[in-house]
Design a protein around this ligand. Structure first.
Ligand code: ATP
Ligand code: MG
Length: 378
């Protein structure tokens, strides 16, 4: 621990020396000065933790020293204690008004001096730690802001990159259709149309994802809840995916849910779409994708299960972080955003999501949604 440095400014030598001796004995590092001018020079040179200063002195009195200290940004934080003659009531008031932290009236005892110094240093330490705490939380907020900005620019970069592929597919299909119209068999034509349809679907999905991501990031996402019959709601979404998937997978949909829930359709669609699109992306064709809906005690469960590549253990705890993609998923295209957005949408509904997975066997995501929203959100 470094020694606490204290400057004692006092023109009466015997008082100065006595105080210096007491404080040295207590382990403080003491610098003495016989008048205000030299005292100020010592303060500037030593940058002490505390100043003890007589009021009436030749050359430069204590008030002038205090004014000089308080008006210097490098010194203004240093606690300042006056040593005054007891009769000097006006001087005391003036000193406190000028911003002194305390005063000791002469003659003072050993313990008066020590107690005053200890309590002032304690107060100062408390204040410093409060300031430090505030600085820390400010810094944290700044870092968070910076991360958000980074996330946003990554988002923009990624989507503008990913938008090119489907757009290129659409362009190439339409030019094939235009240029080779009379030479294409009906099946080949159908293939090109399907490719256009698929790309448009993909673009719509990406656009949707980007908008929800931007809304969530900006903190602007307002839940617009309404009564939703999840069974009726989910069917056409699965149908849409079945089309895009060209029946590569077998879809099985089972629902025992027969009461509607309160939820935001846009976000619910997002949650369901993301889970199904992952199941399709991360499982080989000819395997089965199962979607279950059930309800119990005011909680709805949505389960999406596949027989795909699975998720390695080390990724399970990072799955819902933005941009996290598992090592075994690198060959499949993706931004790593789908689940993080789905998770936030689920959180907004006061729900939760869990995942169980075995590598090379399959994955099951379970979403729990309260059938009624938490009170404050309604
Ligand atoms: P996108 O933003 O296009 O959805 P993504 O699918 O990579 O990209 P997420 O949906 O957030 O991103 O999924 C994150 C990661 O979780 C995936 O990259 C993959 O590693 C893993 N994952 C998600 N769902 C499955 C699944 N059903 N089977 C295996 N791995 C999965
Ligand atoms: Mg995904």
């Amino acid at each position: 621990m470094t020694m606490v440095k204290i400057i004692v400014i006092e023109d009466e030598a015997h008082i100065r020396e006595e105080v210096m001796e007491w404080l040295q004995f207590e382990g403080y590092h003491i610098v003495g000065a016989p008048n205000g001018r030299m005292g100020l020079a010592a303060i500037q040179r030593e940058q002490p933790e505390l100043i003890l200063c007589d009021v009436s002195m030749p050359e430069m009195d204590g008030h002038e020293v205090l004014i000089a200290v308080r008006s210097d940004p490098d010194l203004s934080h240093i606690p300042f204690v006056f040593l005054t003659a007891s009769a000097d009531r006006d001087a005391i008031r003036k000193g406190m008004n000028l911003g002194a932290d305390d005063y000791l009236t002469k003659p003072f005892t050993h313990s008066e001096v020590l107690n005053a110094i200890r309590s002032i240093l304690q107060k100062k330490a408390l204040l410093d730690s409060r300031v430090q705490n505030q600085m820390n939380s400010l810094n944290m907020a700044l870092t968070e802001e910076r991360e958000k900005r980074l996330l946003k620019s990554r988002l923009v970069a990624m989507f503008s990159h990913d938008f090119r592929n489907p757009l290129t597919s659409i362009l190439s299909s339409s030019s094939i259709l235009r240029n080779y119209n009379d030479r294409l068999t009906p099946e080949r034509k159908q293939q090109q149309f399907d490719r256009i349809d698929g790309s448009v679907h993909l673009l719509i999905q990406m656009l949707d994802e980007m908008l929800v991501a931007a809304e969530i990031e900006g903190g602007h996402l307002e839940l617009a809840p309404e009564l939703v019959d999840l069974t009726v709601f989910t069917e056409p979404i699965i149908e849409e995916f079945r089309l895009i998937d060209h029946d590569a997978h077998q879809f099985l949909f089972q629902s025992t849910l027969n009461t509607p829930i309160m939820g935001d359709p846009k976000l619910l669609r997002h949650i369901i779409s993301n889970l199904i699109s992952n199941a399709i992306k991360y499982s080989p064709s000819q395997t089965q994708i199962t979607i279950f809906l059930m309800g119990q005690d005011g909680v709805v469960q949505l389960i999406v299960e596949d027989q795909g590549i699975g998720i390695p253990d080390e990724s399970l705890s990072h799955l819902f972080e933005p941009f996290h993609r598992a090592a075994n998923a690198r060959s499949v295209k993706g931004t790593g955003l789908g689940l993080s957005i789905a998770k936030q949408a689920i959180d907004l509904h006061g729900g939760s999501i869990t995942v169980e997975s075995v590598v090379n066997q399959g994955t099951r995501f379970t979403v729990y949604l309260p059938s009624h929203l938490p009170q404050e959100r309604m």
